[in-house]
Design a protein around this ligand. Structure first.
Ligand SMILES: *Cc1c(COP(=O)(O)O)cnc(C)c1O
Length: 389
């Protein structure tokens, strides 16, 4: 799960560096005072390099990254954007904020976007697709990116949970026109709050960069207060404090992911033989971040029973089944924009997703795993699934 487990003096050292070099907490300007200390810029450069791309833009959150992505692609009222029924509310909220109409496709047994369902939702108004790598598992990008290019639709990857993962050795977030990342406190690397966009082209990057900063083009010919602009925008800037933490966290990313993968595989090997457990499907060529260990059982009753047994042993689940209502579009009757784009009751609209998700259990993966944990997990799940046979 999280970068917060490995916060140490290295993050502090990066922050101290700011205070030893003029204490400039703003990403722009004050050149004469800061001794060339630009933490957000450095974080962006390092991130771009790690993701093998040329354009990275840091922003204030993962939700902001999604909102900026839609603005950079000129998406707004009258457009439809398709995402998936299993995601965090933020993905749909960003679409609503842009003025576009949110549409959700069903998921399949990868618990990510089902490409057949996606095709059925495309209309002449579809401008973009936001595919989500839920709980660190790569989506079926080969199929979905082809559908996007065949239909002339933009592809955005919500990589909030997929930072450090790959599909066929290509970093998640770099398959689409834009990849968005979150560094909130529960994510693979964290800056407290924060986010990033990686962009396929300079044009998209420039639009995103200006829009996240009130339209500022950061024209080197002018001081900031006389800067050029060609659109309005908003303020979704990252602060230097977050940038500093990000630099130190990014250096730990590969180690975090490989440790998570190792711990997940220990846990999975321990429980996979239990009767009634079905693995989450993995797309070919996936290098997942192993943020969580997800499996299916035979009913919602049993999924809840797994959680109950875990809790009685002082353990926990992550999102599934307990936080289903924050991550499944079938429960979002409070979003009138989403209700409005479906003629039916939301739960009926996403029946197929509901059938899968209601049987899913997700176990959090920690870097610092107690040596007793695999056995405790095995016992809890065995008890939950055995008794009712
Ligand atoms: C965490 C998350 C976000 C939002 O990121 P914040 O940084 O918390 O705003 C968006 N999408 C998904 C799938 C997430 O998990």
């Amino acid at each position: 799960m999280p970068g917060f487990e490995v916060l140490d003096k290295s993050e502090l050292k990066e922050i101290q560096d700011i205070f030893e070099n003029g204490s400039i907490l703003f990403r722009h300007g004050f050149d004469e005072k800061r001794n060339n200390c630009f933490k957000v810029k450095e974080f962006e450069n390092n991130f771009a390099k790690r993701m093998k791309t040329d354009y990275a833009l840091a922003v204030s959150s993962g939700t902001a990254a999604l909102r900026v992505a839609l603005a950079a692609l000129n998406i707004g009222p009258g457009d439809e954007v398709i995402t998936q029924s299993f995601t965090f509310v933020a993905t749909v909220e960003a679409i609503i904020e842009s003025g576009a109409t949110p549409i959700c496709a069903d998921i399949d047994n990868t618990l990510n976007m089902c490409w057949q369902s996606l095709i059925s939702k495309i209309t002449p108004k579809t401008k973009a697709i936001i595919v989500v790598h839920m709980l660190g598992m790569p989506a079926n990008l080969e199929k979905i990116s082809k559908i996007c290019s065949d239909n002339n639709i933009f592809l955005i990857e919500d990589t909030a949970w997929g930072c450090g993962g790959y599909l066929k050795e290509k970093p998640l977030g770099t398959w689409g026109d834009i990849g968005t990342f979150s560094f909130d406190f529960a994510k693979t690397i964290t800056t407290g709050e924060g986010g990033m966009l990686v962009c396929k082209s300079k044009d998209i990057y420039s639009k995103a960069s200006a829009w996240h900063d009130h339209g500022h083009e950061n024209n080197p010919k002018y001081p900031r207060w006389e800067d050029s602009r060609s659109s309005s925008g908003f303020n979704f800037r990252m602060s230097e404090l977050q940038g500093a933490v990000g630099i130190a966290q990014l250096k730990k990313l590969d180690e975090i992911v490989s440790k998570q993968r190792k711990n997940k595989s220990i846990l999975w090997n321990k429980i996979k033989g239990i009767n009634g457990i079905e693995a989450r499907e993995t797309p070919f060529g996936a290098y997942e971040t192993s943020d969580a260990l997800v499996f299916l059982v035979q009913s919602n009753y049993l999924a809840r029973k797994c959680r109950k047994e875990l809790i009685s042993k002082g353990l926990n689940t992550k999102i599934l089944p307990e936080a289903y209502s924050w991550h499944f579009a079938g429960e979002w009757n409070h979003m009138k924009e989403l209700v409005g784009s479906n003629e039916k009751n939301l739960k009926l609209t996403y029946q197929k997703s509901h059938e899968i998700l209601s049987r899913a259990v997700a176990i959090p993966i920690y870097l610092k795993m107690d040596s007793e944990y695999p056995t405790q997990l095995f016992k809890a799940i065995s008890i939950a699934l055995e008794e009712d046979k």
